[in-house]
Design a protein around this ligand. Structure first.
Ligand code: SAM
Length: 281
C-alpha cells in the first residue's frame, strides 16, 4: 500500500494529533483553572470539528469548559431549590463532559458518584487523564467515571440524579433524552434535577410535560473568569465565538405528569425565591 498523497511528491502530511482549537497555533490560551491545578481543560473546538463518526455529531455545539465560578454558583442555586435527598445520595451526571472540568468541580463535593458522558473519543481520553490527576491530588470527594458515548443513549443510574449540561447539543438530542427519561419514571417518583448552563434549548424543556422550572436567570462569572474567558475568546483566529460576563441558566425538576397543576405549585414552593424562580415566564 502506498501512503503517499498524490501531488505531495511522496511526502506525508504530518498527522494532526489535536482537534482544531486545542493547539497553541490555533490561539489556545490556558485558563487559570488549568494553571492552578495542572490539568488540561482549556480550548475551544467548534462544533463542526467535533466529528467522531456518530450520527449525533451534527448536533454538537462546541467544546468549551464551563467557568468555575458559574459552575459553583449554579450548584448553590440548586441546593437552595431543596433537593429531595441529601447531597451524598445524588449521582452527578455531566452530559457532554468534554475534558471533564465540570466533573472535577463536582467531585469536590461528596456526591454519591460523578459520571461524565462524552461523545468525542479524544476529549474523553483527556478527561480520563484529568480525573486521574484529580484523584492523585486527593481533590476528589466522590468516585468519578467517564463513559465515551452518546448522551442520548445513556441510562441514568438508579437513585436521585442531578444532570448538568453546559449547552452540549441541539434540540433533537435534548428532546430524545427528555422523552426517554419521562418514559422511564413512574409518575412523581423520579428524583431528577437538571442544571442547564447557557440554556439555548430552554424551549425544549419548557415544552416537556413533567418537568418544572425552579430557577431561570443569568449567573455572573467571577471577575477572574470574565477576564480569562475574554482573553481566551479574543485570541481565536476566526473570532467565531463571543463571551458575556454571565450565562443564561435554568434549573428543572422532574415532578411527574399526573396532577400537573398541583405538581407545578409544589415545584414553585420548592424554588429558591418565588419571584426569582418564575421571573421570566
Ligand atoms: C460545551 S462542552 C461542555 C464541557 C463540560 N461539560 C464542561 O462544562 O466543562 C459540550 C461537550 O458536549 C459534547 N457532546 C456533544 N454532543 C454530545 C452527545 N450527543 N453525547 C455526548 N457528548 C456530547 C461535546 O463533544 C463537548 O465536549
Amino acid at each position: 500500500m502506498n501512503d503517499a498523497t498524490p501531488g505531495t511528491m511522496g511526502k506525508r502530511k504530518p498527522m494532526r494529533r489535536l482537534l482544531p482549537g486545542l493547539a497553541v497555533q490555533d490561539g489556545l490560551i490556558r485558563h487559570p483553572f488549568d494553571l492552578e491545578f495542572g490539568v488540561r481543560t482549556s480550548g475551544l473546538v467548534a462544533g463542526r470539528h467535533l466529528t467522531a463518526g456518530h450520527r449525533n455529531d451534527r448536533h454538537a455545539t462546541a467544546y468549551y469548559a464551563v467557568a468555575p465560578s458559574v459552575f459553583r454558583s449554579i450548584l448553590v442555586r440548586w441546593r437552595r431549590c431543596r433537593p429531595q435527598a441529601p447531597l451524598d445520595a445524588f449521582t452527578f451526571v455531566d452530559l457532554g463532559a468534554g475534558m471533564g472540568r465540570a466533573m472535577l468541580l463536582a467531585a469536590e463535593f461528596p456526591f454519591r458518584a460523578v459520571i461524565g458522558v462524552e461523545l468525542h473519543p479524544l476529549l474523553a481520553r483527556i478527561a480520563r487523564k484529568n480525573l486521574a490527576l484529580w484523584r492523585a491530588a486527593e481533590r476528589a470527594r466522590a468516585p468519578m467515571s467517564l463513559v465515551c458515548g452518546d448522551a442520548a443513549e445513556f441510562k441514568l443510574p438508579p437513585g436521585p440524579c442531578v444532570v448538568f449540561m453546559f449547552n452540549p447539543f441541539g434540540a433533537p438530542v435534548l428532546r430524545r433524552l427528555l422523552k426517554s427519561w419521562s418514559q422511564s419514571f413512574t409518575d412523581g417518583e423520579g428524583q431528577l434535577d437538571i442544571l442547564y448552563v447557557n440554556n439555548e434549548q430552554e424551549h425544549v424543556l419548557e415544552g416537556q410535560p413533567g418537568f418544572a422550572r425552579l430557577f431561570q436567570g443569568q449567573i455572573r462569572r467571577s471577575h477572574a473568569d470574565t477576564v480569562a474567558d475574554r482573553r481566551i475568546l479574543s485570541n481565536q483566529p476566526e473570532a467565531e465565538y463571543a463571551t458575556t460576563p454571565w450565562e443564561d441558566c435554568s434549573v428543572y425538576r422532574w415532578v411527574g405528569t399526573t396532577n400537573a397543576g398541583e405538581q407545578r405549585s409544589w415545584a414553585r414552593e420548592a424554588g429558591p425565591k418565588r419571584s426569582e424562580a418564575w421571573k421570566r415566564r
